[in-house]
Write a protein of this length. Structure first.
Lengths: 113, 112
């Protein structure tokens, strides 16, 4: 059973701080990783994808991947109250024509003004 | 450019009934995947359609079935509804050759 693990939180950070969200996965052969943001009552929104070891930056977001440790993280710099949401880590499980996503339970982030 | 659309937004059914949910993928996308998200959980994969065929299936019973039409839109059917089927049903579209999946707004199903 392939699994993705996340701390459920809530993670509370003050406005302007760096929020660090972590995720581990069980399948050593996994190659594609994604972070989705989900506001309460809404659907998941893709914010980052990462495929290679190291860091990938997009604006205030940095995704980090360490395949040897089976670990993915998301850093949010200069956190804003509008970043308050649940962040879902997803790993692509290959099969058929295209893979399906295996999600963690999500980490709830609260950014306090 | 329209994103992924789903209908209806909300639905209330009683146990034993049947329901059909609909999804139109993002323009240019040819693959549709369906996920079920229970409260407080991450989405769980139900099945995936490509070229009008079910290509992959998650750990869901046969009460869950689907279809993809020539225009790439898709339906999810659930028969003999159970209370435990109450969830947010999400459709995600993607294009073969690319790994990224984009979600629609979802359909909130409540089974009473």
């Amino acid at each position: 059973q392939k699994e993705v693990e996340q701390n459920s939180g809530p993670l509370s950070v003050p406005e302007g701080a760096i929020a660090s969200l972590n995720c581990t996965y069980s399948d050593r052969g996994s190659q594609s990783f994604f972070w989705y943001r989900q506001y309460s009552g809404k659907s998941p929104e893709l914010i980052m994808s990462i495929y290679s070891n190291g860091d990938k930056e997009d604006g205030r977001f940095t995704a980090q991947l360490n395949k040897a440790s089976q670990y993915v993280s998301l850093l949010i710099r200069d956190s804003q109250p509008s970043d308050s949401a649940t962040y879902l880590c997803a790993v692509l499980n290959y099969g058929g024509s295209q893979g399906n996503l295996i999600f963690g339970k999500g980490t709830k982030l609260s950014v306090k003004p | 450019d329209a994103g992924v659309t789903q209908s209806p937004t909300h639905l209330i059914k009683t146990r034993g009934q049947q329901v059909t949910l609909r999804c139109s993928p993002k323009s240019g996308h040819d693959t549709v995947s369906w996920y079920q998200q229970a409260l407080g959980q991450g989405p769980q994969f139900i099945f995936q359609y490509y070229e009008e065929e079910e290509r992959q299936r998650g750990n869901f019973p046969d009460r869950f079935s689907g279809h993809q039409f020539p225009n790439y839109s898709s339906e999810l059917n659930v028969n003999a509804l159970l209370l435990g089927d109450s969830a947010l049903y999400l459709c995600a579209s993607s294009w073969t050759g690319y790994n990224e999946q984009f979600f629609g707004p979802g359909t909130r199903l409540t089974v009473l």
